[in-house]
Design a protein around this ligand. Structure first.
Ligand code: FAD
Length: 479
């Protein structure tokens, strides 16, 4: 048993933990980061990077097919082995050597092992050989342990050895038939990827496909999945699952239907990695999401910071926005506020202040890499109504924009903005269509910057680009 002291201890070296540690050392404090698997976390090896690599070749092929001259040059189909090899490269072949080298160069101490909170400002780690180390933090402990796939309780499901996102993302072969339970982002992106690679896909979407985006955008994705040959079962809920000795997986439904496939992917949501984190030592229930204030300090049941405010939770584990870029934004706020509090510098925790993660509530951008892609930021009509906002939706046909028509023959897509007439600003943006991904940042700036519509009118989109939809949306809104 050994012991060490640092200014800040971070549990979990995913993208978010790494960014907290970086801000801490850049602020002149010392940091140790504890990691039980690979430095770089879910995002680098089993989520963002490899999934987008799996989807990219098919998107490039679609783009080429949509203009006749390039389409004429296409002589074959996707090379699945090459797609998987490129995916491997983007997952760094599941080696974290590069990220460990970066930690070393940044002056961050890496402690390999499983970390548990064992008292105020105290973390105990256990490595693969059972070696136990006690780390003490002078100022703060940051939990950035992320999430894992949640597997629902369906009789027979666990015994059927289903894939979670990890196995689907890292697979070394293509099953002939893939059934996916879950119509959220992971389910639909994997349905898009595997269908394009040549698998026969069935998507079971009990709660609908992409229920958290504007319904018109989800409709485009459903139609395209069906057109590509996938089967989409909306509102269907499996009652039993079994894997037979020949390896086939059978998913049964109430109405007597059975879907048979070679692999089954469960993509029904995430659970926080807090089951074995020692939360009982800070009076919180094990396995719970960690609720935080806007400076990312963990709150107890009464809404007060734990202890004197030494415990922080950043990234997926606080459930504010399960996205890498948003977690890294929180990491910058948390790292900087920990340094400020430790050094007695001024803290600006007001809305949009340097130390507050205000954008988490107002302007979270997301791109869903389906066919077609969806880009969205801020409210949807449904979430605005839920928040009590009087927001007016204005939509425009993206296919009628010159830049989109040039981009692809028969371009189909749609975009919308949500206008808060009381504030005279935009509070939401959604676009669906080929390659709308890069449109999202303009919308993020408009929403986070609370740019008044009168001024937005002067942000002239370049001709002929897909961004010209901004002008058309504002004209449609009555400018
Ligand atoms: C299939 C899929 C695709 C995705 N695609 C995108 C995308 O395109 N864009 C996007 O923005 N987001 C995407 N996400 C979400 C993104 O992966 C997460 O938001 C992001 O990884 C969260 O980062 P994190 O650092 O909070 O947690 P993680 O990346 O989960 O990292 C947490 C780390 O903590 C470690 N850890 C956990 N418990 C302990 C412990 N007790 N002791 C020591 N170490 C511990 C884990 O091993 C892990 O390395 C995707 C998610 C999935 C599942």
């Amino acid at each position: 048993m050994s012991a060490s002291e640092y200014d800040v201890i971070i549990i979990g070296a995913g993208p978010v933990g790494e960014n907290v540690a970086d801000r801490i050392v850049q602020g002149g404090l010392t940091a140790a980061i504890v990691e039980s698997e690979l430095v770089g976390g879910e995002c680098s090896y089993w989520a963002c990077m490899p999934t987008k690599a799996l989807l990219r070749d098919a998107a490039a092929l679609r783009a080429a097919r949509s203009v006749p001259g390039a389409a004429a040059a296409i002589t074959g189909t996707l090379d699945v082995a090459a797609v998987l090899a490129r995916r491997d490269r983007f997952a760094s072949n599941w080696s974290d050597d590069g990220q460990v080298a970066w930690l070393n160069s940044a002056g961050i101490t890496l402690v390999r092992g499983h970390g548990r909170i064992t008292g105020p400002r105290t973390v105990t780690t256990t490595d693969a050989d059972g070696q136990v180390t006690t780390l003490t933090a002078r100022h703060a402990v940051v939990v950035s342990t992320g999430t894992s796939a949640a597997v629902p309780r369906i009789p027979g499901l666990t015994d059927s050895r289903p894939w979670t996102s990890r196995e689907a993302v890292a697979a070394d072969h293509l099953p002939d038939r893939l059934t996916i339970i879950g119509g959220g982002v992971v389910g639909t992106e994997m349905a898009t990827a595997y269908s394009a690679l040549g698998a026969s896909v069935t998507l079971i979407a009990r709660d609908g496909v992409l229920p958290n985006v504007e319904p018109y955008a989800a409709e485009y994705v459903i139609s395209s999945l069906i057109e590509s040959g996938a089967r989409v079962m909306l509102g269907a809920s499996p009652t039993r699952v079994r894997r037979d000795s020949d390896g086939t997986v059978h998913v049964e439904f109430d109405d007597g239907q059975t879907v048979v496939s070679d692999e089954l992917l469960v993509a029904t949501g995430r659970k926080p990695n807090t089951a074995d984190l020692g939360l009982e030592h800070v009076g919180l229930p094990a396995s719970s999401w960690l609720t935080v204030d806007d400076t990312l300090r963990v709150l107890d049941a009464s809404g007060s910071p734990i202890g004197d405010g030494w415990l922080y939770a950043v990234g997926d584990v606080n459930r504010r926005a399960l996205l890498t870029h948003q977690g890294k934004y929180q990491a910058r706020a948390a790292g900087d506020v920990i340094v400020a509090r430790a050094t007695g510098a001024a803290v600006d925790a007001s809305a949009w202040g340097r130390h507050a993660a205000t954008a988490d509530e107002r302007a979270v951008p997301q791109v869903i890499f389906t066919d077609p892609e969806i880009a969205a930021v801020g409210h949807t009509s449904a979430s605005a109504a839920k928040a009590g906002l009087r927001a007016r939706s204005v939509e425009y046909d993206l296919g009628a924009v010159a830049g989109a028509a040039l981009y692809a023959d028969d371009y189909t897509g749609r975009a919308s903005i949500l206008i808060d007439d009381d504030a005279n600003t935009i509070v939401g943006f959604t676009a669906v269509g080929p390659d709308v991904t890069e449109l999202v940042h303009a919308a993020t700036i408009a929403i986070a910057g609370e740019v008044p519509l009168d001024r937005l009118w002067h942000a002239v989109p370049a001709y002929p680009t897909i961004s010209e939809v901004w002008l058309r949306l504002l004209e449609t809104a009555g400018r």
